[in-house]
Design a binder for this molecule. Structure first.
Ligand code: NAD
Length: 466
């Protein structure tokens, strides 16, 4: 049973997908001009609804306005502007080399839209993670059906209004729903599914997609390590770790999940961490205007249950009525602690120590997933390169946390269980495009090498393919 105000019925879902397919076939989404016009419309709508979106983010997640603009509305507006600036050059066919066997000729890649896309968003950055994929889908000339999370109903209500007022449903449609509606959606034939969420649901999405051979992009999560080596600049490291971890009360897929700190600097690191958290959020973090809340009761209970009171170094306070969990540091944590058994996705930072880098690799290897991100704090290029070369992870930073997501020149995505595929900037355009590979053979001459009768042509072929 769904409690949503506008749950979509089975027939509505079937009609939306059928109408989008019909509309896509008219070619109306493909021209450069139509893509630019629709991106402009989307940007104008996001600006128009900015205040309402900020208010909804406040209601659903207690998100401070600065964070709402930085990581959601402003992020998406900037994404649109930068996409519009570069779209013409992205759309141009790209020349490749042409092999000896296919001479004389020339070769090019043509970017073709995939068609009808399903975009499923999670709760933690409901604006960014709905609209960033949508920007890429529009830029690449597609249609899209959007499904947001039922856990952020206020944001969903504004997103619904924004999408239905801005676009006809045969082009961009909004489907409201929980698991039953999403299950119905997944029974339809899409040309591509772009899913952001947990690895557990990612697996459900991929199984459903497999039945129709629908390609998927999966942006998932995991336990992302943050390694603080003995030569790290500690003051900078601490500032950036606190920022990356406690943004959105830790409900960030690429937040450092846990810290591995070199034993020789552990105490200094912990002392600075405590001082920084108090400086940023005050002695009473519940009074800070700059700290978000946990999305709902379930997650509040789940995260609170991961706090071991004996290991609390900073924070530890909770308030069920307001879904408040203080920025919390747990010290002397080991792999046996409950907090290391799952992705935390909340404001708890376990600190583990290591003696040598091989201990770091052993910890990462014992956790179930290839992490989505990894952060390395060290002044040594050798250490930085060794960790990058040894640990398998999606992406990350040297001497910073989470900021790689803000560089749209870098592809954003996971590896293994933390995701399949990547987007942002040109990588988003490519994610929603098919690269049609075309060889154009010359007609001014015709080399008869590959035609039968073959006679003794194999001698030449052997030389050519050596
Ligand atoms: P979730 O997987 O529970 O939900 C994501 C979406 O899937 C929602 O729209 C939800 O309604 C839908 N869904 C839930 N159960 C479903 C089911 N059984 N069948 C079909 N659809 C279903 O994720 P969440 O709790 O909203 O978000 C947190 C997770 O997302 C974390 O693991 C986090 O790391 C990950 N995440 C990843 C990224 C990234 O970019 N890689 C970004 C944000 C969040």
């Amino acid at each position: 049973m769904t409690n949503l105000p506008h749950p979509s019925s089975e027939q509505e879902i079937i009609d939306i997908v059928a109408n989008q397919r019909k509309f896509f076939k008219t070619g109306a989404t493909k021209s450069y001009e139509s893509r630019i016009e629709n991106l402009s419309k989307l940007k104008a709508a996001l600006i128009h609804y900015e205040a309402e979106l900020h208010e909804a983010l406040k209601q659903d997640l207690g998100k401070p306005e600065f964070e709402a603009y930085l990581s959601e509305t402003g992020f998406t507006q900037h994404d649109i502007s930068s996409t519009m600036k570069r779209l013409k050059s992205w759309m141009k066919p790209k020349r490749t080399l042409t092999s000896l066997l296919t001479q004389p000729g020339s070769s090019k890649l043509y970017y073709a839209p995939l068609g009808v896309n399903l975009i499923i968003a999670p709760y933690n950055y409901p604006i960014n993670l709905t609209f960033s994929p949508l920007v890429a889908a529009i830029a690449a000339g597609n249609t899209a059906v959007i499904k947001t999370s039922e856990m952020t109903p206020n944001c969903s209500a504004i997103i619904r209004k924004l999408i239905t007022e801005t676009f006809p449903p045969e082009y961009i449609a909004y489907v409201e729903g929980e698991i039953p509606e999403t299950t119905l959606l997944l029974q339809q034939k899409f040309d591509h599914i772009f899913f952001t969420g947990s690895p557990q649901v990612g697996s459900i999405i991929m199984s459903a997609a497999a039945k129709q051979l629908t390609p998927v992009t999966l942006e998932l999560g995991g336990k992302s390590p943050c390694i603080v080596h003995k030569d790290a600049k500690l003051d900078i490291a601490v500032k950036r770790i606190v920022n990356g971890k406690f943004l959105n009360a830790g409900q960030t897929c690429i937040a450092p999940d846990y810290v591995l700190v070199h034993e020789s600097i552990k105490e200094a690191f912990l002392a600075k961490l405590k001082a920084r958290i108090i400086y940023v959020y005050g002695e009473e973090a519940s009074q800070s205007p700059d700290f978000a809340r946990i999305v709902n009761d379930n997650h509040f209970q789940r995260i609170s249950g991961l706090i071991d009171a004996d290991k609390v170094w900073v924070g530890g306070q909770t308030d069920a009525a307001t879904h408040f969990i203080a920025p919390t540091v747990l010290r002397d944590v080991t792999l046996e602690d409950k907090v290391m058994s799952e992705e935390i996705f909340g404001p708890l930072l376990p600190v583990l120590e290591y003696k040598q880098l091989s201990d770091v690799y052993a910890v990462v290897d014992q956790l179930p997933q290839h992490p989505l991100a990894c952060y390395i704090y060290s002044e040594s290029v050798e250490v930085q390169q060794e960790i990058i070369g040894t640990v398998q992870f999606g992406g990350g930073c040297i001497n910073d946390c989470i900021m790689h997501i803000a560089n749209h020149y870098l592809p954003f995505g996971g590896v293994g269980e933390s995701g399949i595929g990547a987007y942002h900037g040109i990588h988003g355009f490519e994610c929603f495009s098919h690269k049609k590979a075309i060889l154009k053979s010359a007609t001014f001459m015709d080399i008869p090498l590959v035609y039968a009768p073959y006679k003794d042509k194999i001698k030449f072929l052997r030389k050519l393919l050596k």
